[in-house]
Design a protein around this ligand. Sequence first.
Ligand SMILES: CC(C)(COP(=O)(O)OP(=O)(O)OC[C@H]1O[C@@H](n2cnc3c(N)ncnc32)[C@H](O)[C@@H]1OP(=O)(O)O)[C@@H](O)C(=O)NCCC(=O)NCCS
Length: 202
Amino acid sequence: MSALLAVPRLSTPRSLVTLLSPVAEDAAKMARYCRDNRTHLAPWEPTRDDSWYCERTWLTRLDGQWQQFERCTALSLVALDPQGEAVIAVVNLSGIEGGVRQSARVGYSVAQHRQGAGLATEVVGAVVDYAFDTLKLHRIEACVQPHNLASVAVLARLGFRREGFAPQYLKINGRWQDHILTARLSPNALAVPSTPDAILSP
Ligand SMILES: CC(C)(COP(=O)(O)OP(=O)(O)OC[C@H]1O[C@@H](n2cnc3c(N)ncnc32)[C@H](O)[C@@H]1OP(=O)(O)O)[C@@H](O)C(=O)NCCC(=O)NCCS
């Protein structure tokens, strides 16, 4: 993939989706998001040790994320509130590959106090559009635990289609968890919303 991209600054109705910088102010914003949402995110993420919630860790991580952006191997984006003060959602594109594959995986979360208001649909949709239109990807994959009905609904609304089922696919919250595998293909014309039932049913 090209390393000559401008830093993404995606305006959505309720946020600015962008890449944080490896500076103390941004590390503090990210550490605060993780601390404030620790209980909310625990069932859906790998087990984190206490260092995950420290600003110093995030300074190092943001530096690594910046390098991944420059190599275009991953894009770790956040949605900031309109004041630019707080992270209200996270959207990661990982495993970005060019060549014959031109694909990436998407993962996301929304702050607990902003859930249930369409924010994930808004910001993940903006990143998916960016991935197709600017990164010129052909395929975006997302996996979801069958009981994560909010996430299933987001994927359905954004036009992701079920492709399969992977037993014990990821170690989440300390246990190997089954996942449904989904994907959305470019062009955007294929982005017809599906339904949660179509994702949940084999
Ligand atoms: C999953 C998550 C990102 C959704 O964020 P959100 O901003 O609330 O999502 P949206 O409001 O855009 O959409 C949520 C959808 O789920 C539906 N929903 C929410 N809870 C639900 C439930 N218990 N059962 C069925 N549907 C549910 C909502 O009605 C909505 O669907 P609709 O748009 O068709 O009405 C958020 O809950 C979160 O951060 N969860 C923890 C991390 C996570 O699970 N990440 C994804 C891993 S695959």
